[in-house]
Design a protein around this ligand. Structure first.
Ligand SMILES: *Cc1c(COP(=O)(O)O)cnc(C)c1O
Length: 345
């Protein structure tokens, strides 16, 4: 594959600089990558878990949010920051803003689970519930930029956010230069684009694959259409993967289009299996969005041919849901009931 990366776009150099910046700040963990014994045995290849669940705030989002907030001028920071979020970005922004001593406002739609809303509020951020979709929350954030002069920290479509998430790609190859494939949860594509920029620059032969739920996967639909499109947002076990990519998307759509090898969609039942596998076999609590790597392997939708990394992206999930999945009981979400596929776990 020949890759032409726009000079003005996110570069390996920007990601290397982000890694230096984050190491210097000390707030973000250089997370370990653990070999999954049960998955490696089952698939006859090394399956490696990048443990972003161990990050402060329970998700990788602190990388992008910390880097973007660190790069604000004093004037920009002094106005206070605002973001919209499916939960984890808001929590990361609230935490990073507090660390810099600035005010944060987080706009969340009604689809964001209460556990995530409470966690953002507990960090001292102003929380605004707005509308029924991530797009509604985005409109509210844009309105506050216009009316209150706040500085926006977007959840994915921003070069500093993408560079921050891309530091994961550097760590993956530093730890396992022999990696053959990387399975990345995909929503707005900041995580996938950042990892893809780093990895394709350092080792283009590594397959970089995005994973989304099969209902409301905005980036997958946009890549299919050849331009950013809107899709209806619906309740999903992978609530962190909901929301649009923005019809005026500037960065992540083009990077994913140019650099990503494949995007694979998973059913709710398959995501349930992934969560149950992570709990029962790995003894790791994950939210649905972070279970898609295990889910894609278990569903036979990705066949590992060499060392394969899965990004275990976050663990901010209501304990009630964890307990239901551990017991193998159905989970009710927005009027729909989800169960596993019955695959052996
Ligand atoms: C935000 C998030 C994702 C998806 O990241 P994008 O950059 O929006 O694609 C995946 N997993 C978790 C846990 C997240 O919080």
């Amino acid at each position: 594959m020949v890759v032409h990366i726009d000079e003005k776009s996110v570069t390996l150099a920007a990601i290397t600089a982000a890694a230096r910046d984050l190491a210097g700040q000390g707030g973000v963990l250089r997370s370990p990558m653990l070999r999954s014994e049960p998955l490696s045995r089952r698939f006859g290849a090394d399956i490696l878990m990048k443990m972003e669940v161990l990050q402060p705030m329970g998700a990788f989002k602190l990388r992008g949010a910390s880097h973007a907030i660190a790069r604000l001028t004093d004037t920009e920071a002094g106005r206070g920051v605002v973001c919209c979020s499916t939960g984890n970005h808001g929590r990361a922004v609230a935490h990073a803003a507090r660390a810099r001593g600035i005010a944060a406002t987080v706009c969340l739609s009604a689809l964001v689970p209460p556990a995530k809303v409470d966690a953002v509020a507990a960090l001292g951020a102003r929380v605004l519930r707005h509308g029924d979709s991530q797009d509604d929350a985005q409109r509210e954030a844009s309105r506050l930029v216009a009316t209150e002069g706040l500085t926006e920290i977007p959840p994915f479509d921003h070069p500093d956010v993408i560079a921050g998430q891309g530091t994961i790609g550097l760590e993956l190859l530093a730890d396992r230069p022999d990696l053959g494939a990387i399975l990345v949860p995909l929503s707005g594509g900041g995580l996938l684009a950042g990892i893809a920029v780093a990895v394709k620059a350092l080792k283009p032969s590594v397959r970089v694959i995005g994973l989304s739920m099969d209902r409301g996967a905005a980036m997958a639909a946009s890549l299919g259409a050849g331009r950013p499109v809107a899709v209806p947002e619906v309740a999903t076990l992978a609530d962190s993967l909901g929301g649009g990519i923005g019809l005026a998307n500037r960065w992540t759509f083009a990077l994913c289009r140019d650099l990503v090898d494949d995007v694979i969609l998973l059913s709710e039942a398959e995501i349930y299996d992934g969560m149950r596998w992570m709990l029962m076999q790995e003894r790791i609590v994950v939210e649905g969005a972070a279970a898609v790597g295990a889910a894609a392997l278990l569903a036979g939708k990705v066949r590992p041919e060499g060392p394969t990394a899965i990004i275990v992206s976050g663990q901010n999930v209501a304990m009630k849901q964890v307990l239901a999945v551990a017991r193998g009981l159905p989970v009710t979400l927005g009027g729909m009931t989800v169960e596993g596929t019955g695959c052996a776990i």
